[in-house]
Design a protein around this ligand. Structure first.
Ligand code: AMP
Length: 442
């Protein structure tokens, strides 16, 4: 379905820009020709996954479409991933059975210290794309400029990429260098006449720091699709006061269920309500959503068959049904879905998904470290302000700079705790466990 939809876009809008990064762009017809040629090459080269460093280039984008055409899954890897973790990913791919209909595999931070591979099938991707293409108001737009902020290794980009390609829109890339240089971000909205932007709340807050992120300057912006982490009311209010007629969608979902499964347009009444902002309207979900023992559980065609290597992590249903326990706490009220937090120690920090235990396990594996506890500190709006690590070590020679350096060989930079403190011993609570609450106060 996804490939048919892209082919339809090519047929209807051959001369329209499909993808633009900086001053380089490619029109739909050329994208299709190049992707088909590349697909031929990929078929000749063999089978199995294609590792893609997620640089924002026309070549990368073309290769993604080529992989779909050639029936070879692509594996986008963040460019900040250290070689050791890339090696783990490569090994996981080489030693696992990968279903033939896998469209892509995204690796996420889990709890074991090793990245978890999430294979997404073409059926998953078709179901997701069908859903996002009819989600209001996205379904009402034609010939839009859609902004891509996230890297291809973060599944927020799945939303903007497939929404754009399958509906004949133009995907405008947020060049990573421009994104890193803060002053380059907001002018892009006006320069590129962005109509729809798919952003994390962290990124929205970053844009809001610039006074020119407003309806008077970014005149073409009609819709922001916010996804990936908690959208707090303060951020939503500020955004809607700068853009009074903007449609703000709060979308929700994990990588394991193909980017997003629900979304809802935020209204003034929701902002006035005592509850947090809803993350979905139960009438328009991509999958069946139920609350089981306070946990959000997803069932249906967007749900992956399980982690690479046959691991289910306790999250996937064991009987082959497409069912995923998200680990997110939530409830349904008046036909709307609410997400209130996590059952475990997974957090979202600056838009990135991080398992605190993933960091702990990597710190513990450094020779000379005795104990470790990683905790997140929160702002008053319930977003993560910082991540701190507390450790005990065999010798005083193990200082924070050394630990940081060792850690940088194992995990991406965004996962390395801002503060690493060496203590003589970790505080213990009445149950004899590490007193994480006490550590959060330090
Ligand atoms: P990822 O796999 O990186 O997309 O992360 C998925 C997780 O992000 C979910 O399981 C939630 O914990 C969190 N998340 C995603 N969207 C939202 C949202 N709109 N509100 C609150 N948390 C969210």
């Amino acid at each position: 379905m996804v490939l048919e939809k892209i082919a339809e876009s090519v047929e209807k809008y051959p001369l329209r820009t499909a993808y633009k990064v900086g001053d380089k762009s490619i029109i739909y017809r050329e994208l299709w020709e190049k992707a088909n040629a590349k697909a031929g090459q990929l078929r000749e080269e063999g089978k199995g996954p294609v590792i893609l460093y997620d640089t924002k280039e026309i070549e990368t984008f073309t290769t993604i479409v080529a992989c779909l055409l050639a029936g070879r899954p692509y594996v986008p890897i963040n460019r900040t991933t250290p070689p050791q973790r890339v090696e783990e990913i490569t090994k996981a791919i080489q030693t696992s059975d990968i279903a033939e209909d896998t469209a892509y595999i995204i690796f996420t931070s889990g709890s074991t210290g090793k990245p978890n591979g999430v294979p997404i099938s073409t059926e998953n991707l078709d179901n997701f794309t069908q859903w996002i293409s009819v989600l209001k108001p996205l379904s009402e737009y034609a010939g839009c400029n859609v902004l891509n902020q996230a890297s291809f290794s973060f599944d927020l980009s799945v939303a903007d990429m497939y929404y754009s390609l399958c509906n004949g829109h133009s995907l405008i890339e947020m060049d990573l260098d421009a994104a890193e240089e803060y002053s380059g971000i907001v002018p892009l909205f006006a320069q590129e006449k962005i109509n729809v932007a798919m952003l994390t709340p962290t990124f929205i807050r970053l844009c809001l720091l610039d006074e020119s992120f407003c309806a008077e300057k970014c005149t073409e912006l009609k819709c922001i699709y916010s996804c990936g982490e908690l959208l707090d009311k303060k951020t939503a209010r500020k955004l809607l006061s700068r853009f009074p007629s903007l449609k703000l969608i709060n979308a929700y979902g994990p990588t394991e269920a193909t980017s997003a499964v629900s979304g809802i347009v935020i209204t003034e009444a929701m902002l006035q309500d005592d509850r947090p902002l809803p993350v979905g309207d139960m009438k328009t979900n991509a999958v069946d959503i139920v609350i089981d023992d306070g946990e959000i559980v997803l069932k249906g065609k967007s749900v992956s068959q399980g982690y690479l290597g046959g691991l289910n992590g306790g999250f996937f249903s064991e009987n082959g049904l497409q069912c995923y326990r998200t680990g997110d706490l939530g409830y349904i009220h008046e036909g709307m879905l609410y997400c209130t937090g996590r059952k475990d120690s997974q957090v979202k920090y600056n838009g990135y998904r991080i398992g605190l235990m993933d960091i702990e396990n990597n710190i513990i594996s450094i020779p000379g470290i005795l104990e470790c506890a990683v905790i997140a500190k929160y702002t008053e709006n319930n977003t993560v302000k910082t991540i701190k690590a507390f450790v005990t070590a065999e010798t005083k020679a193990l200082n924070p700079a050394y630990i940081r350096n060792e850690l940088s060989k194992k995990i991406p930079g965004y996962m390395i705790p801002r503060t690493i403190e060496i203590l003589d011993r970790l505080p213990v609570n009445q149950n004899g466990k590490i007193d994480r609450k006490a550590l959060a106060e330090l």
